[in-house]
Design a protein around this ligand. Structure first.
Ligand code: AMP
Ligand code: ZN
Length: 436
């Protein structure tokens, strides 16, 4: 398989050169951080009053973590390291978990981000002849503009469709011969349902690839999207605190996401002890920006759980691969004392034949016990079929989920297109248990 590159010398830099580059850029990031009110107050207290305090990569651990709450407290300009006039754009996080945080960008920051994002998409094998339909929300959320700029600068034709309005999406796709889409995976499943309802044949579309990001999704969801739409799906990880899309992306081999280590220093820590985990083990991702001017962030705790894949990738890139994000430390549910990630339930749903596009996990309290209700759409064909087949499906889901999460769930099967769809990140869990 061909391994296309955008910036081969950097993407294949030796590990030793990468480490030297990281150390030099960590020092310049500290210089930059000390220009912000937030770090100027915090760093000297921990003995990091100047970049000379960082002599070796191990010194990184002397730097205190930065959290989302720190970013909120520093809102709006406490983490700004440049003259406000040098800022050309701001973005905020989507606020899935509370008040948004803001990141400022200089023109050079935007250039750097676009470059990383171009590297990312080129790694999937797209060419300038591709037609890119961006189905992510445009605006403060980074999903829209992030890959838009990359695709445009690279030279693809960009259709800035934004999210939602599925019938218009289909029309654009047919009329302009879209070959690549960028979407949250949950929306693409819904999109396929509408395609079927509208009677659009796969042959009417030229679609061949999808960049899937912004929300946790299982390998089975990827496969399902690939099979339904006859395309290749590439996992794309990003977060607004680290610019947005273009942080880590799968290459043509689709075996984990290369994280651009010349721009980000990544640690994986145990979220309880805050100590680094053994290479290849799962933990919380911690990021340090190495090239950003306007908003330098040191040891930012993402709350995302993942692991590095220690083996090198067949494509030749030396930047390590992150495995699929398993979830967040804060989307872990505790159900009757058992830790459950929504992705465990999703994995089962998406590997089961007859299951439709959308699902919802509802938690209730009944007689002081937690109750899990899994509501899932089924395919039109299954819904119109025999009653006993639906009952069998329910039984099978119940027992598979019980085996996985050790809790017996109630299963509700719904007609296609009847569960609520969100245009941005899907809301998969409704927790109706009373708070203590
Ligand atoms: P935001 O800052 O609003 O763009 O949200 C970023 C968050 O979305 C990340 O911290 C992850 O929790 C989640 N996310 C983004 N991309 C992915 C992905 N490919 N897989 C799983 N979660 C993702
Ligand atoms: Zn690769």
């Amino acid at each position: 398989m061909d391994a296309p590159f955008w910036n081969k010398p950097v993407e294949t830099l030796s590990r030793a050169d990468l480490a030297a580059h990281q150390l030099a850029h960590l020092r310049s990031t500290i210089v930059q951080a000390l220009k912000t009110p937030f770090y100027r107050e915090r760093l000297p207290k921990t003995g990091i009053g100047d970049p000379g305090a960082i002599a070796s990569p191990g010194d990184l651990r002397r730097i205190p973590f930065t959290t989302k709450d720190d970013l909120r407290r520093a809102y709006p300009n406490g983490l700004l390291a440049v003259d406000p006039e040098a800022v050309v754009r701001i973005h905020t996080s989507s606020g899935t978990t509370g008040t948004p945080t803001v990141i400022h960008h200089t023109a050079a920051d935007i250039d750097c981000w676009a470059d990383l994002a171009i590297r990312s998409i080129v790694a999937t094998g797209v060419t300038r002849r591709d037609v890119f339909q961006n189905m992510m929300t445009y605006g403060l959320f980074t999903g829209g503009l992030g890959l838009h700029y990359a695709a445009e600068r690279f030279g693809m034709m960009v259709i800035p469709a934004g999210s939602g309005n599925t019938k218009r999406q289909i029309k654009l796709m047919k009329d302009f011969g879209t070959t690549v889409v960028h979407s949250v995976p949950s929306y693409l499943l819904h999109f396929n349902t509408v395609l079927e309802q509208e009677g659009v044949r796969r042959a009417d579309l030229r679609l061949s690839k999808a960049f899937l990001g912004a929300e946790p999704h299982s390998e089975n969801t990827r496969r399902k999207i690939e099979e339904l739409l006859h395309i290749d799906g590439y996992n794309s990880y990003g977060l607004s605190e680290m610019n947005g899309p273009g942080v880590a992306f799968e290459c043509v081999h689709k075996t984990g996401m290369h994280v651009w280590e010349d721009a980000y220093l990544v640690e994986v820590i145990d979220p309880e002890t805050l100590e680094p985990v053994i290479d290849g083990e799962e933990g919380e991702l911690v990021f340090t920006t190495l090239r950003r001017q306007a908003t330098p962030l040191l040891r930012y705790r993402t709350r995302d759980l993942a692991r590095f894949i220690p083996e090198p990738c067949a494509c030749g890139r030396t930047h390590r691969r992150l495995d699929r994000i398993k979830g967040r430390t804060d989307d872990m549910l505790i159900i009757n004392g058992v830790n459950v990630y929504p992705s465990q339930i999703e994995t089962i749903l998406m590997r089961t034949a007859g299951i439709g596009a959308n699902y919802l996990i509802v938690l209730e309290k009944q007689d002081s016990l937690d109750k899990v209700i899994v509501k899932t759409e089924v395919t039109a064909e299954r819904f119109a079929g025999e009653f006993h087949a639906l009952e069998e499906l329910k039984c099978s889901l119940r027992s598979q989920i019980k085996t996985e999460i050790l809790i017996n769930p109630a299963i509700e099967l719904h007609e296609p297109g009847t569960l609520p769809v969100s245009e941005g990140k899907a809301k998969r869990v409704v927790d109706q248990r009373p708070e203590f």
